[in-house]
Design a binder for this molecule. Sequence first.
Ligand code: BG6
Length: 460
Amino acid sequence: MYPVQMVDRIGTLVIFGAGGDLAARLLLPGLGQLLDSQRKSELRLIGVGFDPMTDAAWRKRVTTSFKSGGPIGDLAQAVIAQSHYMQADVTSPDDLRRILTAAQGTPALYFALPPAVTILACAALEKVGLPAGTVLALEKPFGTDLRTAEALNRRLARFVPEKHIHRVDHFLGKSTVLNILGLRFANRIFEQVWSAEHIERVDITFDEQLALEGRAGYYDKAGALTDMIQSHLLVVMAMMAMEPPSSLDADDLRGSMAQVLRATHVWKGDAVAAGRRARYTAGTIAGRALPAYAKEAGVDPKRETETLAEVIFGVENWRWAGVPFHLRSGKALVDRRQEIVVTFKQVPHLPYGFKGKPGPAQLRITLNPDGVQLDVNINGEGNPFELDRAVLDVDFGTGELGPYGEVLAGILSDDPTLSLRQDVVQECWRIVTPILSAWRKGAVKLDTYAAGSKGPASWR
Ligand code: BG6
């Protein structure tokens, strides 16, 4: 996405929550890839955490994480050698002043923290004030519901310009998700049939084999709807359904996303009928025995957190009226099915004489591995009048950078194109609010499925 452009605007990257899983598993490997891509000439890295850690231990951690993202080049070595760790309470204005003083050049502050802590840290930052040009990067979920997201946006607007706020959604850094733009807008053939006139339904599925993986502290308060659908999948849906932007700059792209999200509502306005939810019980995935979600350490079973969610949305505009968008995501499922499937309508008339019943043409964009397949009907090999199915199949090359490398390239060049604008985040919360409240009230029963299955048997 940023081919030869240097990403040198930021002098110091400060990671809040540096001792956490997100920093170790995703952020730092992404940073290592970016440093290796020749797009950066120098950077100071400061890790900040609540727990004590020596500089030596921190550098070892950074080295391990960089290695997991690829080879460590000269620049990455230099960044590690100069990097240091600061123990601090990010909700304390005094500690934040100390951190800002240690930064060199323009700082980017990355909040790899739970949403409730991020909210408190932003309140403290408002008291401290920020050096001109400071960039803030905030991980999802942004707020814990519409009200808290709006309040956080209002607060941020008081002390940092919107153009310097990067609300991170790493799905926007995934090469396949970005390829949706090329596929749709750089080819004449798809856009002509990209509407309710020709499309029957769209399915966006992100099934994972991963289970809770020790994240109860965050996940048990979020659940599949907030963790995946409210954020990532609605953003993917926006890319699939938006009107063609006139350019790929931040205003145009995010404007098109916001516009289509404003038109998106729970299917037929019925929050009870439009969604279903389930939670996994004990089972086995690829030989790994998993306990029931409700028995996992840190889970409060009474909270009835769903680990699988399916919701149908409608985009109420001229292009999409009447087309259901099915969004589904779940954990501890048998298959790692991560794809977008566009199902086309049947032909208006099949010439008499063909044998066999043609299925609908389907365009499948797979996220893991990245590729595109077009399932079409053709004449069969043996009997030419007997219809057969063929798949036109292409692999997408993976991008040079992984999603977090791409996201960090945007942050370190302060280009917000691949981050979420304030209204986009709020629309995503607004869209799921009726479903969240129906589920919280218990209006939709919590089904169960065995870990390692396809989901509840009654759903099939
Ligand atoms: C994260 C969710 O944002 O995205 C996780 O919190 C999920 O629960 C992950 O597993 C999926 O994205 P990826 O890129 O790791 O497959």
